[in-house]
Design a protein around this ligand. Structure first.
Ligand SMILES: Nc1ncnc2c1ncn2[C@@H]1O[C@H](COP(=O)(O)OP(=O)(O)OP(=O)(O)O)[C@@H](O)[C@H]1O
Length: 465
């Protein structure tokens, strides 16, 4: 709460006691402040209304006017914690005004919650009931819960539910569950609008839905980290950001193939190496969460690179003018040489800020980067994905400021395989990995278009280091 202009914003000022010492409590339109003495600003606790969880009568003191204030504390690295403040001798009028301001702070009042009971360690329900529900109750939030009963259930929920009576949609699961819901929501919005959403030349209609919050309960929980400042330090931060109600519009990819809208992607689109790893992980599903570790290790240590020839075309944003280069031209920019002999292509719908002074991943950005591994080691390609590298190096081309790209894979293998390995390679040639799932294309070519400000999400801006 700023002191500038505070006088005009002030709703009420009164004297209260904290730890038996006299304090001044001031309520303003923006928040509240408690301080021992006007001359000692350092002793002040200053809170904005979205950070005030609740004020309730103390359970440990029978004294009238003794209340416990619970509030959200912001740590230096964007993680959030709950703190309490016991206040004595506070008036009923002040408590009632505080409750009014908390209710008007913009936090959601009604949430629609989708829980995956089998994601990750199978603890989605437990996580929700033990960690999220008590905090939602404390914050006066009502929740309607739907537990998914089968694969793709979240897609049907997204496609067929009218969310207009809710202030937020919450996903309790991993990246896969969020992708399914997003896919359903995207289809619902496009169908409602009547556009030809199969054409990549038609802009998708941005989602006009209540913001989505993710409570991580899957094996892969990457996107929630980026939506919550990039330094994800626990589920509690994600839950508290939903309660705070701060929202942004995140970018996603729209993926097209064979002249059809194929999928929406909130995390990553990969072709080649990482799609192959994901395919192997699916075959090892019985190993539960260890399947990723095992399939990555198996590929890096024991498997050869599966090379393919690809034509790569792209469009970029002129970051200084904000204009998409070549946007009105039918010509795409092509890599030189036009055909890349490579083994991995990937992109994430995030803007990477990586300068001498700062490095962070921004999911609310305007462009992304595309990485093509040609001659570098598989480990190097993997590390670049994990570390969000955006610098080209020998055997790895990184294209920056990308807004869309098009990949056409030339068939490396003969149509009639002579060995099991060749048969597997042909199978893999049509594979693409989207947000952790291995999917099959009809033909090995696809177009990916960044859709900026596409989906409203609860969260906070990236932590700038
Ligand atoms: N009741 C259910 N029975 C079977 N599958 C389900 C059920 N509910 C959701 N799913 C499926 O679970 C998959 C994974 O969900 P989620 O992303 O929450 O967890 P995860 O453990 O990170 O995922 P993954 O297993 O892909 O690593 C989704 O593809 C979804 O279709």
């Amino acid at each position: 709460m700023e002191t500038n202009g505070q006088e005009e914003d002030t709703i009420l000022t009164e004297t209260v006691h904290i730890k038996t010492k006299q304090n001044v409590l001031t309520l303003t339109l923006k928040g509240l402040q408690v301080f021992q003495s006007k001359d000692d600003e350092t002793s002040a606790t200053t809170l904005k209304w979205p950070d005030v969880l609740c004020i309730q009568p103390s359970q440990t003191s029978s004294e009238t006017g003794c209340y416990v204030l619970q509030y959200i504390h912001h740590e230096a690295n964007t993680s959030l914690q709950i703190k309490t403040l016991q206040i004595q001798r506070i008036s009923e009028q002040c408590v009632s005004l505080m409750n009014q301001q908390i209710a008007d702070s913009g936090r959601p009042k009604k949430l629609f919650v989708v829980i995956n009971p089998i994601g990750g360690a199978g603890k989605g329900l437990q996580i929700y009931h033990e960690e999220a529900e008590p905090l939602f109750k404390l914050a006066g939030i009502d929740a309607t819960i739907v537990v998914t009963e089968k694969s793709k259930h979240a897609l049907l929920i997204g496609e067929n539910t009218d969310f207009s009576q809710y202030d937020g949609i919450v996903v309790v699961g991993g990246d896969g569950l969020y992708q399914e819901l997003l896919q359903g929501l995207t289809l619902q919005e496009q169908k409602k609008s009547g556009i030809n959403y199969d054409s990549p030349d038609t802009d998708l209609v941005k989602l006009s839905i209540p913001p989505i919050g993710i409570i991580p309960a899957g094996t892969g929980n990457a996107t929630v980290r980026f939506y919550n400042g990039g330094f994800f330090t626990g589920r509690r931060t994600a839950i508290l950001n939903i309660i705070r109600g701060e929202q942004y519009r995140a970018s996603v990819f729209a993926v097209y193939s064979n002249s059809k809208f194929f999928s929406v992607s909130h995390l990553q689109v990969t072709y080649g190496l990482f799609a192959d790893i994901m395919k192997r992980a699916e075959e090892l599903r019985w190993m539960k969460k260890f399947r990723y570790f095992y399939s990555i290790l198996g590929q890096i240590l024991f498997s050869r690179k599966r090379y393919f020839d690809a034509e790569v075309y792209y469009r970029t944003l002129d970051v200084n003018s904000g204009v998409v280069a070549e946007a009105n031209s039918s010509d795409w920019i092509s890599l030189k040489p036009a055909i890349q002999h490579c083994y991995s292509i990937y992109a994430m719908p995030f803007e990477l800020v990586d300068t001498v002074n700062t490095k962070y991943v921004n999911p609310f950005g305007q462009h992304c980067h595309l990485v093509i591994s040609t001659g570098c080691s598989q480990l190097s390609s993997l590390l670049s994905l994990v570390s969000q590298n955006k610098t080209s190096k020998p055997g790895m081309e990184v294209l920056t400021n990308i807004t869309e790209f098009k990949i056409k894979v030339a068939r490396e293998n003969s149509a009639s395989p002579v060995s099991d390995r060749e048969a597997r390679d042909i199978d893999l040639e049509k594979g693409i990995q989207i947000d952790g799932e291995f999917l099959k294309l009809e033909t090995p070519e696809f177009l990916v278009r960044l859709q900026t400000s596409f989906v409203p999400v609860f969260g906070c801006k990236p932590a700038v280091t």
